[in-house]
Design a protein around this ligand. Structure first.
Ligand SMILES: Nc1ncnc2c1ncn2[C@@H]1O[C@H](COP(=O)(O)OP(=O)(O)OP(=O)(O)O)[C@@H](O)[C@H]1O
Ligand SMILES: [Mg+2]
Length: 226
């Protein structure tokens, strides 16, 4: 359901030089497949997730999601495609400060033009242990609680592809397991493919497939030790 081919992405350095970040010949996920992405800090994990979501444009290559090459889509169409098919847990959450926990979750649904499913939103927040914080705004939530709202929001739409960037980096061990269980159960039940970035071996070992970005990304080379 996801297939990357010859994807290249560089950033421009202040002196005008190109700084290659991604150079991936081929990478795929099957429908409903759950994959962990690991790699050292700075090797391009967030850049890769942002590229797959179409939040960052790549310099070359194709990124096909459900048969649509999102690289070729005009921006407006790509935004609509993302709202419909992709759930994203941002490393830094990106919750909207003016909205409560439940409103942040429901907002994700409204972007697709559907009527927000309040019962589903509340159930998702309950399942990450936030049933007692539905009407708190992000500033009144702990950092770990904000991260759990971001996880609930990413699942709100029943996406076809979930991209989760270190979704348990800020939660304690008990909630870490709760978040992973929610993600895996929702993905199993709803046939959502998931690409999850983590630095945690404890999280990674629960997944059937673990990829090291250094091994598939020629821009970082193969010599990096783990
Ligand atoms: N806008 C930008 N301009 C220039 N360089 C950038 C930009 N964004 C990211 N980079 C560089 O690209 C590299 C990859 O960044 P990225 O955020 O993808 O790493 P990461 O693997 O997610 O790291 P972490 O595990 O710390 O989150 C980093 O070395 C970073 O400095
Ligand atoms: Mg990152």
């Amino acid at each position: 359901m996801l297939h990357l081919e010859n994807v290249r992405k560089s950033y421009r350095e202040p002196n005008g030089d190109d700084l290659p970040i991604l150079d991936i010949e081929s990478f795929s996920l099957a429908a409903g497949e759950q994959v962990v992405l690991r790699g050292r800090s700075g090797c391009g994990k967030t850049t890769l997730l942002n590229s797959i979501a179409g939040l960052t444009t790549v310099d070359a290559g194709s990124i096909a999601i459900k048969g649509t090459d999102i690289v070729k889509l005009p921006e407006v169409v790509r935004d609509r495609f993302r709202a419909r098919f992709i759930g994203f847990v941002f490393q830094t959450f990106n919750l909207l400060p003016a909205f409560t926990a439940i409103e942040n979750v429901l907002l994700g649904m409204s972007f697709t033009g559907q009527r927000p499913d309040v019962a589903r939103g509340e159930k998702l927040l309950h399942s990450v242990g936030l049933g007692h914080r539905l009407t708190h705004k992000p500033a009144a939530l702990s950092v770990g609680e904000q991260q759990r709202v971001a996880v609930a929001r990413a699942l709100a739409n029943k996406p076809a592809l979930l991209l989760a960037d270190e979704p348990t980096a800020n939660v304690d061990p008990a909630h870490q397991q709760q978040v992973i269980d929610l993600l895996r159960e929702a993905c199993d039940r709803e046939e959502i493919a998931m690409l999850l970035v983590t630095h945690s071996s404890e999280v990674a070992e629960q997944f059937p497939r673990v990829e090291y970005l250094e091994k598939i990304n020629r821009a970082v080379g193969l010599a990096v030790a783990h």
